[in-house]
Write a protein that binds this ligand. Sequence first.
Ligand SMILES: *[C@@H]1O[C@H](CO)[C@@H](O)[C@H](O)[C@H]1NC(C)=O
Ligand SMILES: *[C@@H]1O[C@H](CO)[C@@H](O)[C@H](O)[C@H]1NC(C)=O
Ligand SMILES: *[C@@H]1O[C@H](CO)[C@@H](O)[C@H](O)[C@H]1NC(C)=O
Ligand SMILES: *[C@@H]1O[C@H](CO)[C@@H](O)[C@H](O)[C@H]1NC(C)=O
Length: 464
Amino acid sequence: MVSVSTFFVFINAALAAAITVNTTSGPITGSSINGVTSYLGLPFAAPPIGSLRFRHPLPATFSPHPRKSSLSKASIQFQFQTAFTPTEARALPLSAQSEDCLYLNIWVPDTVKKGSVAALVYIHGGGFAEGSAMSGTIVFGFPSLPQAGQQNLGLLDQRLAIEFLHRNIHLFGGDPKKLTLFGHSTGARSIAVYTFAYPHNPLVHGVIIESGSARLGPPLSTKPASDAAFFAIAEKLGCGNNGSDKEFLECMQRLNAAEIRKAVWGTVLNSWTAFTGGAPGVDNKTAFDAEEYKRRGSSGQFAQIPTLIGTANYEADTLVPFHENGINYTLSDLVTKDFTCRAAIEAGYRARNGVPVWRYRYMPRLPAVTAYEWMRGAYHFSEVPPLWGNIERLGIKTPEKWELEMGDYLQKVWGAFAKDPREDWRSWGGRDISRKAARWARLGREIFRGSDFLSRESMMTGAI
Ligand SMILES: *[C@@H]1O[C@H](CO)[C@@H](O)[C@H](O)[C@H]1NC(C)=O
Ligand SMILES: *[C@@H]1O[C@H](CO)[C@@H](O)[C@H](O)[C@H]1NC(C)=O
Ligand SMILES: *[C@@H]1O[C@H](CO)[C@@H](O)[C@H](O)[C@H]1NC(C)=O
Ligand SMILES: *[C@@H]1O[C@H](CO)[C@@H](O)[C@H](O)[C@H]1NC(C)=O
């Protein structure tokens, strides 16, 4: 979670001032460095371990002992091999993993006055199988266990985190009426499905959906299919076929988490075919099937809040199978088109229902973010390091000034949207456009002269 004003560069050196904030989970003592105070590892849920494994997440109970700011362990997960993996691993060093992973990290600029600023809430990507903070991953987030009543626990974790922030953000200087979700890939998909799951009380005033949509990815599985896959795992682990539902659950809760992780490797749970180990299934509460998304989308049954949605120009260059010398561009372009079309559909639902929506296509090829020569331009994930201002950590090459400025520009656009998502592009450095139709921007094509707008038709095609 980042406060919008974090996006300014702070040059004053740090005097480590200890600031304690008394949240509904208990007090946490932040630490201040370079004008930004971090509150890391703040629990928003009861640890989902022991008898809470595979159960609906519960709010954290209040603990009076002040907690020191420190990163929590990552959720139990897998690491995928993509063209981006080696650099990603440098940028996001692997930490220890634990089921006990429902913690938030909050960064607040010291200039923020109490209860006054807009705040951005990040939901990470990673195919529901990697990434950390916010929700359980693989089978721990998505067990498909009928006895627990709900199968999409990871999505419920995200909701609980948002509820926690809505209740507590004022203590950190944030305005609970000005929360904005932003997320990439699966994080973006999570946000898109969230707007359908909570049409009447989204608790946020805007959403930014980067390279994802409610319908992106293989269809969500039906319940019987996912249950069968889960039971097969349970059987492998010695919890199959004996005892009552309660005994079955208790047996699964007694198992060592590492054993469960090992058992689900290579198993597709809930038919998220690209990945193994668990993903959301249709429960008609937190996630729906494609037809239902279409029905709800067309009839405006989703949270009608301003939306910024977009994709990368060569989205799939890092998503299709690769070897050091390259990829099949034809295949990559087909997958890119899929991302583009689905973003168009998602934007279309909003435009047709009079909901403010802006659509972008992220264009630039930043050398310091491009690991291989064969990468043709902006790819899946390539806006994330500049947006977070940590390009250097990729270790590809030292970013040039214009690359860092590209990051500043993205932060400016995202920040401006978070402050007032109903304002139009003009105030974000973009050009004037009609407010009547869905709007498009070609982000980063003409750096610092804002965004370049394209026709609807050209946005529907593959790379441009
Ligand atoms: C923190 O909040 C709790 C309950 O919300 C309250 O009982 C406690 O007195 C507060 N502590 C401080 C130091 O304000
Ligand atoms: C099911 O049987 C296995 C071995 O046959 C045992 O280890 C396990 O505890 C049993 N589970 C339940 C729920 O009784
Ligand atoms: C969800 O709703 C659809 C359409 O109403 C129905 O066909 C399906 O069985 C439902 N699935 C679940 C898991 O409730
Ligand atoms: C590249 O992908 C396309 C589309 O899937 C396929 O038709 C073609 O055969 C592939 N080319 C090679 C060299 O594998």
